[in-house]
Design a protein around this ligand. Structure first.
Ligand code: NAD
Length: 260
């Protein structure tokens, strides 16, 4: 029996990168999936990959913008309507935004990043926690970042939003532990997903792979993380094995955030 046999896992940002990797991992362990993304085509691709790896998986695809509260309310109610419960929620969708010094960071860009990364995570928690409190069980993993626990630079919107995600995680974890619900966050370093490729292209253009090599030269492990490595961590944190881990933020960055 897999850890997610007869469990329902809801994932946002499931069309790519870390969301897709987590979907694959929990499906291989028996989960039914409710997958949310703003990009419907990307969701279809994730579904195809999941079914190739775990053909029996029951999958609901929901196109939604996590920054729109009514869309969030809908993805939560449609998940409960189909599956009757939510055991685990990977509250993960996010964007990086354009890199700039703070003085050059436009207000529009700041608002856009914060609206998706912070408001989107809050809306997800608000509506899923209500369901989980009524059930008396559940786990939430929010995607923060090393940019949510350290200064990275050139990322005002991202830093503000991800530090905010850490705050939301600690606050709600403290509130909901008494109801049998745990809330935690992951703080990934640079994991090679389309988001990180986009970020390296912002710096290096066509030379992005060279920029990437230089970037990881200061990492204790001298490499990027792999999406599947985050998938293993998230699957553990979403499982009942991690129920007593609450309000905690778990880095997955090769040790870089602990380096002097
Ligand atoms: P990605 O770009 O590969 O995937 C993000 C997914 O989220 C995409 O499918 C995109 O369509 C979806 N999305 C974006 N905005 C959305 C919205 N408004 N509503 C619904 N879906 C939306 O990126 P990723 O690397 O997998 O990042 C996933 C999360 O991990 C993000 O929150 C990101 O900030 C965080 N993160 C990533 C890294 C990394 O190195 N890859 C490091 C730290 C944190």
């Amino acid at each position: 029996m897999g850890r997610f046999e007869s469990k329902v896992v809801l994932i946002t940002g499931a069309g790519s990168g870390l969301g897709r990797a987590a979907a694959l991992q929990v499906a291989k362990e028996g989960a039914a999936l409710s997958l949310v993304d703003i990009n419907a085509g990307a969701l279809e691709d994730t579904k195809e990959e999941v079914l190739a790896a775990a053909p029996e998986t029951d999958i609901l695809l929901l196109e939604a913008n996590v920054a729109d509260e009514s869309a969030v309310e809908r993805y939560v109610s449609e998940t409960v309507g189909k599956f009757g419960k939510i055991d685990s929620f990977f509250n993960n969708a996010g964007i990086e935004g354009k890199q700039n010094l703070t003085e050059d960071f436009t207000v529009d860009e700041f608002n856009k990043v914060v609206t998706i990364n912070l408001n989107g995570v809050f809306y997800g928690m608000k509506h899923v926690l209500k369901v989980m409190k009524n059930q008396g069980f559940g786990s939430i993993v929010n995607t923060a970042s090393v940019g949510g626990i350290r200064g990275v630079g050139n990322q005002s919107g991202y830093a503000a939003s991800k530090h905010g995600v850490v705050g939301l995680t600690r606050n709600s974890g403290v509130e909901y532990g008494q109801f049998g619900v745990s809330v935690k966050a992951i703080a990934p370093g640079a994991i090679m997903t389309p988001m990180v490729e986009g970020s390296l292209r912002q710096i290096g253009g066509d030379n992005w792979q060279e920029v990437g090599k230089e970037f990881v030269s200061v990492n204790p492990m001298k490499r990027f993380g792999k999406p599947e490595e985050v998938g293993y961590l998230v699957a553990f944190l979403l499982s009942t094995q991690a129920d007593f881990i609450n309000a905690a933020v778990v880095p997955i960055d090769g040790g870089q955030s602990y380096k002097y």
